[in-house]
Design a protein around this ligand. Structure first.
Ligand code: NAP
Length: 284
């Protein structure tokens, strides 16, 4: 499978989501396991990791009411496992949510600087403005555009947006990626946005591609037709879900989240699963 594109960066189309690295109540041994998993992921060719200061947010639930407390656990694990970073590794972060709600524009610089420190980097490869509840993203995105101009950020993205947010942001600075919820049975309100990103050369990075309606609870959503197609290929439902998402266009980059090496291997192998047009129509 050809590589995908994030601005001037090329990445494999199956990446890794860091939200599920640890579960609530994790121990020191679990942290060591997470470091091993991250190293294994990179050994296996993962070159696109999606993270945030508030990941793993399931673990954060114990710490704050919103799940958006910036504990920097995932970022610190990534640094411990992978710094000094390979040139080809893209680490995408996101700013916006805080334990007190959506950050104000004047708080964004501090959040970006905290990510730089936690990850041990001079410049962040890709920073998404992860909006919630904004009519316009212009003011927030403008701050991130200034940080990009100042050299703290290489590329900008948008997350959890409506189509009008993309238009607002593009008037300010280039957007290389959009990350919204999207699965064959979830978030299909984003169908047109997926297509318009493809037409504009913008990567679309679906989250919850496996868990769908399960959202924070995780696990792979049950779906009879997905299971039937999986059986016909000797594949798993997770692989069929990822293959379906990838089939939406060469600009789609998946970032399944896992704490398990077996699941990581399975998810990476989904890049080679080819479904027929009939199968894709049947599950999607
Ligand atoms: N921008 C945003 O607002 C936003 C929001 C949510 C998530 N994200 C990003 O998107 C990534 C993906 O979303 P997500 O992690 O929430 O959900 P997901 O990838 O749809 O599903 C993750 C769940 O599926 C399980 N799983 C993974 N691979 C599996 C496999 N092969 N077989 C069986 N179970 C499997 C995981 O548990 P195991 O640990 O048991 O594998 C976990 O419970 C996140 O990690 C995060 O980086 C972004």
């Amino acid at each position: 499978m050809d590589k995908g594109v994030l601005g001037d960066l090329k990445v494999n189309r199956v990446g890794f989501g860091a939200k599920r690295l640890l579960r609530a109540g994790f121990t020191a041994a679990d942290r060591e396991g997470a470091v091993r998993l991250l190293r294994r992921a990179v050994e296996l060719g993962v070159d696109h990791i999606d993270t945030a200061a508030f990941y793993p947010s399931v673990a954060n639930k114990a710490e704050g009411p919103t799940g958006f407390t910036s504990l920097d656990v995932a970022n610190e694990l990534i640094r411990e496992a992978l710094a000094p970073y390979d040139d080809g590794l893209v680490v995408a972060t996101k700013v916006g949510p805080t334990e007190h709600g959506m950050a104000r524009p004047d708080q964004l610089r501090g959040l970006v600087e905290a990510d730089l420190r936690a990850l041990g980097r001079d410049r962040l490869d890709l920073v998404y403005l992860r909006q919630s509840g904004l009519e316009s993203v212009a003011e927030h995105f403008g701050v991130l555009a200034e940080l990009r101009e100042a050299g703290l950020i290489r590329h900008l993205g948008l997350s959890s947006i409506r189509p009008e947010h993309l238009v607002q942001a593009q008037e300010i600075a280039p957007v290389v990626a959009v990350s919204n919820r999207y699965a064959l049975d979830f978030g299909r309100v984003n169908d047109d946005l997926v297509d318009s990103c493809g037409a504009a050369g913008i990567a679309f990075v679906p989250f919850f591609a496996l868990t769908g309606e399960g959202r924070e609870a995780g696990g792979v959503a049950a779906h009879d037709r997905v299971s039937e197609v999986a059986r016909a290929h000797g594949a798993t439902p997770a692989q069929v879900r990822l293959a379906w998402a990838l089939s939406r266009g060469p600009h789609v980059l998946v970032i399944p989240g896992t704490s398990s090496e077996a699941h990581l291997l399975e998810n990476l192998a989904a890049a080679d699963l080819e479904l027929t047009p009939e199968e894709l129509a049947r599950v999607g």
